[in-house]
Write a protein that binds this ligand. Structure first.
Ligand code: CP3
Length: 339
C-alpha cells in the first residue's frame, strides 16, 4: 500500500509522521456532500446505493487528503437488518418508529447475516477498487451497548431512562438482545473485512452514560467477543466518555483506542499502558477558532501524545458546520509536524 501510516501506527511501528483522519469526514462539512445530498434527497438512499456511498466515501480523500478512508454508512444499519427499521429525520436525527420493550420484542429480532447490509459490503468493494491501494479503508459498526440504547429508546435521549433501567430490571432480557446485536455485528464486520476493509472501528457513543459496574457487565464482554472474532484485523474501540474504562479497554484484543477530548493524553497513556495505539482527541470546537489558534492547539496535542502509537483525530465526529479551512489547517499542521 502506498500510504499505510495508519496500519503502521496500529502495529506500534515508528512512523515518519503521524497518520490523520477525521470521524465524520464523509458528510456535511463538504460542499460536494451537501450538493449530492440535496440531489438524492434521502440519507438512507445514499447509504443503500453502493455507487453513491462509494462517491461520498471518496469525497474527503480528494478534498482533505487524509490518511484513511472510512466507508459511508451508519451504525443504525444493524438494528434495521435485525428487523427494526430506522428513519433519518431532517434536523432531528435517527428515529425508530418501533422500539424494543418486551421479551417478545427481543425474540422477534433476527441475527442478521451479511445479506442484511449487502449494500455496504458492495460499497466497500467499489471503494477498495477506486482507492487502488493508496490508503487503508476503515469499516465500522456501533458497539452493542450503543445499538441497544437506540433500539430501546427509539432515538437519542437526555436521560436514557428506558435503556439504563432495563439493565437493572431485566438483565437477562438485556443480555439476550445484546447477544443478538453482537452476533449480527460480527457477521457484518467480517463481511466488511472480506470485502476489503483494512481496519474496523467500533463506536460506543453512549459508553459515558453507564456506571463503571454496568459498563463492565453490559458493554465490555460484547466488545471482547467482537474484537476476538475479528482477529487478526486491527480493531479500534472508541468509547466516548468512558474515562473509567480505559485500562479495561486496553486489555481487549484491539489494536487501538479512540479518546474523546475530555481525556488528557498523559492520563490515557497511564491508564492504557504501552501496548495499544491511541487515537484522538482534539476538541471539535477548537476548529471554530482562528487558524493560528487551531494550529497551536493541534501542535500541543501532537506533542502531548508523544512520538509513537498515535493516530491523529478529533475527540468526536467533526461537526457539520465546521469551517473547512480550519479542518484543512488541522490536517496540514499534522502533516508538517516533525516527530
Ligand atoms: O465519515 C464517516 O465517519 C462515515 C460515516 C458515518 C456516519 N455515521 C454518516 C452519517 C459514521 C461513522 C457514522 C456513525 C454514527 N451514526 C454514530 C457514531 C459516531 C458518533 O457520532 O458518535 C452515531 C451515534 C450515528 C447515528 C446517527 N446518524 C445520528 C445521531 C445522526 C444524526 C446526527 C447528524 O450528524 O446528523 C446520524 C446521521 C448521519 N450519519 C449523517 C451522516 C453523514 C448526517 C445525515 C445528513 O443529514 O446528511
Amino acid at each position: 500500500m502506498k500510504n499505510d501510516l495508519l496500519l503502521q501506527a496500529l502495529r506500534g511501528e515508528a512512523t515518519r509522521r503521524k497518520p490523520v483522519w477525521l470521524m465524520r469526514q464523509a458528510g456535511r462539512i463538504l460542499p460536494q456532500y451537501r450538493r449530492l445530498s440535496e440531489r438524492v434527497g434521502s440519507f438512507k438512499t445514499m447509504v443503500q446505493t453502493p455507487d453513491i456511498a462509494c462517491e461520498v466515501t471518496l469525497q474527503p480523500i480528494e478534498e482533505l487528503d487524509v490518511d484513511a478512508a472510512i466507508i459511508f454508512s451508519d451504525i443504525l444499519v444493524i438494528p434495521e437488518a435485525m428487523g427494526l427499521p430506522y428513519e433519518m429525520e431532517k434536523n432531528k436525527g435517527p428515529v425508530f418508529p418501533a422500539t424494543i420493550g418486551t421479551a417478545a420484542d427481543v425474540d422477534r429480532m433476527i441475527i442478521a447475516g451479511e445479506e442484511g447490509v449487502d449494500y455496504t459490503v458492495k460499497a466497500i468493494k467499489l471503494v477498495k477498487s477506486a482507492l487502488n491501494n493508496t490508503i487503508p479503508l476503515i469499516g465500522f459498526a456501533g458497539a452493542p451497548w450503543t445499538i441497544f440504547a437506540y433500539m430501546v429508546e427509539g432515538s437519542g435521549s437526555k436521560t436514557f431512562t428506558l435503556s439504563r433501567s432495563m439493565l437493572y430490571n431485566r438483565p437477562e432480557m438485556a443480555h439476550a438482545l445484546l447477544h443478538k446485536i453482537t452476533q449480527s455485528t460480527i457477521n457484518y464486520l467480517k463481511a466488511q473485512v472480506s470485502a476489503g476493509a483494512d481496519v474496523v472501528q467500533l463506536f460506543d457513543t453512549w459508553a459515558g452514560i453507564l456506571s463503571p459496574q454496568l459498563y463492565t457487565r453490559f458493554s465490555m464482554p460484547y466488545l471482547q467477543q467482537i474484537c476476538s472474532a475479528l482477529q487478526p484485523t486491527p480493531v479500534i474501540v472508541f468509547a466516548k466518555g468512558a474515562f473509567f474504562a480505559l485500562s479495561e479497554i486496553a486489555q481487549l484484543s484491539c489494536a487501538g483506542m479512540g479518546l474523546d477530548w475530555t481525556i488528557s493524553p498523559k492520563f490515557a497513556r497511564d491508564m492504557a499502558g504501552n501496548n495499544i495505539t491511541l487515537q484522538g482527541n482534539l476538541d471539535p470546537c477548537v476548529l471554530y477558532a482562528e487558524l493560528p489558534f487551531v494550529q497551536k492547539a493541534t501542535l500541543q496535542m501532537l506533542q502531548d501524545f508523544g512520538p509513537n502509537r498515535h493516530i491523529v483525530n478529533l475527540g468526536h465526529g467533526v461537526y457539520p458546520d465546521t469551517p473547512l479551512d480550519a479542518v484543512k489547517c488541522f490536517i496540514n499542521t499534522v502533516k508538517q509536524y516533525k516527530i
